[in-house]
Design a protein around this ligand. Structure first.
Ligand code: ADP
Ligand code: ADP
Length: 226
């Protein structure tokens, strides 16, 4: 696990107004940080720069004690959890979770140990032989997180993971994500435009507007502001 320190991050696409303008956010080891703001405020750009899918125009991105500005995404050891979970429909839950270990050619005994440990944490032990198509949304979310856990990623990154769900399921998933993050204690950055998610999920909330960091505070501090 690791902290994620964004220091004076600037991103310009072309020569227009910066999409991200001198943003500094210190995500502590184990912290659940929310990035919130209206569409176009620069949240996704910031998340993509953490993962390494987008170059930084200026500033520093530090993960743990490593400056990662020039590191490829695969060398950053972060796990992006996608909105559609990106599960393989033809593979069992077991093989979906095992996937990164298979790619790394891990021995079967190690794969088995790690997959079963993750399944235990995520309460998926009884579903290991099932296919993702037969699972609930919450179970699929947990399989996606299981894949991140076996990789021993330093942090989870979520980009609006619940935006396509109906209100009821969204509420359930919110609870589930908060519970799992707390149980796993893994550094998490979560992008949303939803005020309720912003105020209920995280330890702290970073509010962005037109590329500028407006506020960085706990939900309580945000509530209590005049
Ligand atoms: P606990 O498991 O004791 O209830 P939390 O889940 O609240 O603790 O926090 C887990 C970790 O997240 C803390 O150890 C801390 O590093 C980080 N954290 C929690 N709240 C904040 C905050 N407001 N600012 C920065 N880091 C925080
Ligand atoms: P958000 O995630 O908050 O909706 P984005 O990070 O997607 O915001 O976008 C921030 C700004 O950067 C917007 O003005 C958007 O139009 C612009 N932008 C995003 N991606 C690109 C791109 N690949 N090329 C040019 N402009 C982009």
């Amino acid at each position: 696990m690791a902290s994620i320190d964004m220091v004076n991050i600037v991103k310009r696409y072309g020569d227009g107004f910066p999409a991200v303008n001198d943003v500094s956010i210190d995500v502590q080891d184990g912290e659940f940080m929310i990035l919130v703001g209206p569409s176009g405020c620069g949240k996704s750009t910031l998340l993509r720069m953490i993962v390494g899918l987008e170059d930084i125009t200026s500033g520093d991105m530090v993960i743990g004690d490593r400056l990662v500005n020039d590191l490829a995404p695969r060398d950053r050891n972060l796990a992006m959890v996608f909105q559609n979970y990106a599960l393989y429909p033809h593979l069992s839950v077991y093989e979906n979770i095992a996937f990164p270990l298979r790619l790394a050619k891990a021995p079967d005994a190690e794969v088995d140990e790690k997959v079963r440990a993750a399944a235990k944490t995520l309460e998926l032990e009884e579903h290991l032989e099932r296919k993702p198509g037969n699972l609930s949304g919450g179970q699929r979310q947990r399989v996606a997180m299981g894949r991140a856990i076996v990789r021993e990623a330093d942090a989870f990154l979520f980009d609006e993971p619940l935006s396509n769900l109906d209100a009821k399921l969204r509420g359930q998933m919110r609870t589930e994500i908060a519970r799992l993050q707390k149980r796993l204690g893994i550094t998490t950055v979560y992008v949303t435009h939803d005020q309720t998610e912003a105020m209920t999920l995280g330890h702290r909330v970073a509010v962005l507007k037109r590329g500028v960091l407006q506020q960085l505070a706990t939900p309580r501090e945000l509530y209590e502001q005049p």
